[in-house]
Write a protein that binds this ligand. Structure first.
Ligand SMILES: [Fe+2]
Ligand SMILES: [Fe+2]
Length: 286
């Protein structure tokens, strides 16, 4: 399939309301400048399952609060508006990952995605990036969302891409370009734009395999996702379509001022961090 055919198919995908309605509402609140904590609380609280699961994440070992947080309003005070918004989004999007068949196990992609999300947190910590890193976390969770879209809507071509990647021992994004004319990073970028997720997210995700081409204003965050992805691939956390070790892009290391030794140190902490993030991984088990 050539690029124009892929684009024609994608245009159709954009017409499909793929984002769950509750997630769309969370986004609406999040994207509006006038939204308050009360608005966010109202949207989340309207959905009992979303409330329960969001609170479970708030109380997970990942955040390590000494006492139990029982209300969304309380979570917003403690964790902040953005953090709770992103947790609610994580809960809403994880259902896309809850499917396994003989060709592809999306649950392994979820594990990979949670791995990348927590690794972005470790990188941010290493770099002493001030403020909240919630956007980097959700970018980690969503960075391979294009794969889900392919699996769902361009299924035959996706299966063919998986085969090509395996046979030629090349990264999935290269195989996709051969088969589909574009890769899951570009597809992810398009879908996030059509879901109206914050602009930076789609920019970051669009170049997660090509940090050298990242937008100037998202160079750092694209490099963080790229390196987090690299670490998770080295550590074989989950599966995102291939088992090839990605090429080391010096640009990404330079953009962050990280050395190879730093990467080793971060990689060492990932297992411990993933253990703490068990509740995130288990989101799709029930
Ligand atoms: Fe990817
Ligand atoms: Fe990935």
């Amino acid at each position: 399939m050539g690029l124009s055919e892929t684009l024609a198919k994608l245009r159709k995908i954009e017409e499909i309301p793929t984002l769950p309605s509750v997630a769309a509402k969370v986004l609406e609140v999040a994207n509006s400048e006038n939204s308050t904590a009360t608005d966010l609380n109202r949207v989340i609280s309207q959905d009992a399952a979303l409330t329960t699961k969001t609170l479970k994440l708030v109380n997970s070992a990942y955040y390590g609060f000494p006492r139990t947080v029982t209300k969304i309003t309380e979570a917003i005070v403690i964790l902040g508006f953005n953090a709770v918004k992103n947790l609610a989004l994580s809960v809403s999007v994880c259902e896309f990952f809850n499917k396994a068949d003989d060709n592809f196990d999306r649950r392994k992609l979820w594990l990979h995605s949670v791995g990348v999300a927590v690794t972005t947190g470790l990188i941010a910590k290493k770099l002493n990036i001030p403020g909240d890193n919630e956007e980097a976390f959700i970018a980690g969770l969503l960075h391979d969302i294009g794969i889900i879209i392919e699996d769902q809507f361009l299924h035959d071509e996706f299966i063919e891409s998986l085969k090509v990647a395996k046979e030629k021992d090349i990264p999935i994004e290269h195989a996709e370009k051969e088969v589909l004319g574009m890769d899951h990073a570009s597809i992810g970028k398009k879908i996030l734009q059509s879901w109206k997720l914050p602009g930076n997210l789609s920019k970051i995700i669009g170049f997660h395999h090509e940090p050298q081409y990242a937008y100037a204003d998202t160079k750092r965050d694209t490099a963080i996702i790229y390196i987090a992805d690299l670490i998770c691939k080295l550590k074989k956390i989950g599966f995102d379509g291939d088992t090839v070790i990605p090429k080391l892009r010096v640009e990404a290391f330079k953009a962050l001022g990280l050395k190879k030794e730093d990467i080793k140190e971060i990689a060492k902490d990932v297992d411990e961090e993933l253990k703490k993030a068990e509740d995130f991984i288990n989101l799709i088990e029930n």
